[in-house]
Design a protein around this ligand. Structure first.
Ligand SMILES: Cc1ncc(COP(=O)(O)O)c(C=O)c1O
Length: 389
């Protein structure tokens, strides 16, 4: 057996069908879509086709799709764009988000606070589900932007985005609602109309598409100020020569992910459930993090903490045994900080340091899960013995 890749929340191997579509663009449609001559018009047509495909899959109009460089840029552009767009219309300077967002959202909101906006970070419960009562209390008529992720990247919790959007609009009718759907895209229904959102971010490389491309859905008439300034590409909402091959790759990856969603979901859910039930059975003192009900989490997400071990050591041992996995911890300025997500869920720092996240893809097999279920008890047992625990 070769390497076992179980970190699909970090990135996914590109689908060969996506690469074929991109190769075709690089070799035959390489013109600049802004040029007026034939090569430019040709590239423009290909870009338009990609935009129409993405829009149709999201139930949106093509002009509501802006191509970006990925999830981080979409989140930054969405929140900054809406905050400044709203302020220009005198619609308040308050932003509401949650404590467990990705840093692409949190650091953007923190920067906006330094620029004079106010922010409230809504807490979550022990399974990482946003507290809708706290959200209701946080939103006031001065609230200009609400940002709530569709699914969490560490523990896989699916958020009640539609309910949050409804509550936000009751309290602040002109509020702009954004969702970070980077992890949820392709796994669950993220139709903006269904979720009731004005802005939605997603990234190609989490969907077996290419790196360096993402999109931001911007509902027609949503107040929005561009962050990237320069040429008039993307209807002046994102300057810069368009990544046509990336856009085509993203459209193809979305088409495949949407079309194969049920089959992929069923497969990863079954493998994931083997981990969800198998790991605590085999490894004593395993604490599952995120929703215990498998229906409340992304179908491909397994996450847990092991008492009395260092999460990084588990990852290194897994890597030596040819398994690529991840933890919830982020390494900041050389010090290993416990994950802000696990901390917000009320998990103490010691336990949060011992986290493991396994995120599956449709290419994973039962044999690979067998191998992980065999390896983990031995690895955790050995590390605990070494630590004298
Ligand atoms: C929920 C979420 N939002 C945003 C991002 C950032 O996306 P990108 O790496 O494409 O910039 C990620 C990446 O892990 C993510 O999981």
């Amino acid at each position: 057996m070769g390497r076992i890749y179980l970190d699909h929340a970090a990135t996914t191997p590109p689908d060969p069908r996506v690469l074929d579509a991109m190769w075709e663009v690089y070799s035959a449609h390489w013109g600049n879509p802004s040029s007026i001559y034939l090569e430019g018009q040709d590239a423009h047509r290909v870009l338009d086709e990609a935009r129409r495909t993405c829009a149709a899959l999201l139930g949106a109009a093509p002009k509501e799709i802006v191509f970006t460089s990925g999830g981080t840029e979409s989140d930054n552009a969405a929140i900054r764009g809406a905050a400044y767009g709203q302020r220009a219309r005198g619609r308040g300077d308050h932003i509401v988000t949650t404590q467990i967002e990705h840093h692409a959202v949190l650091h953007t909101v923190e920067q906006l606070e330094r620029e004079g906006f106010r922010a409230t970070y809504v807490p979550v419960d022990g399974e990482g589900v946003v507290d809708l009562g706290a959200l209701e209390a946080a939103v006031t008529p001065e609230t200009a932007v609400v940002s709530i992720m569709a699914a969490n990247n560490e523990v896989g919790t699916l958020q009640p985005v539609a309910a949050a959007a409804r509550i936000a609009r009751e309290r602040s009718p002109k509020v702009v609602v954004h969702t970070d759907a980077v992890q949820a895209a392709g796994a669950v229904d993220i139709t903006p109309a269904q979720l009731g959102v004005d802005l939605l971010s997603l990234a190609g490389h989490k969907l077996h598409g290419p790196r360096g491309i993402g999109l931001l859905y911007i509902k027609n008439r949503t107040p929005f100020q561009a962050s990237m300034l320069g040429g008039s590409q993307e209807k002046e909402r994102r300057a810069g020569t368009e990544n046509v091959a990336g856009a085509v790759g993203l459209a193809r990856a979305m088409e495949l992910a949407w079309g194969e969603r049920e089959a992929r979901g069923e497969h990863v859910r079954r493998l994931r459930d083997r981990l969800l039930f198998g790991v605590p059975e085999r490894v004593p003192d395993t604490v599952i993090t995120g929703p215990l009900d498998p229906a409340g989490r992304l179908p491909n997400n397994f996450s847990c903490c092991f008492r009395n071990v260092e999460g990084e050591s588990v990852l290194l041992a897994l890597d030596l045994a040819d398994v690529a996995a991840s933890s919830g911890s982020a390494c900041t300025t050389g010090a290993l900080e416990p994950s802000h997500v696990l901390t917000a869920m009320g998990i103490d720092a010691d336990l949060a340091h011992a986290s493991l996240r396994l995120t599956l893809g449709h290419q994973n097999t039962d044999e690979e899960i067998d191998r992980v279920l065999e390896l983990l008890p031995a690895i955790v047992g050995r590390l605990r013995a070494l630590a004298g625990g």
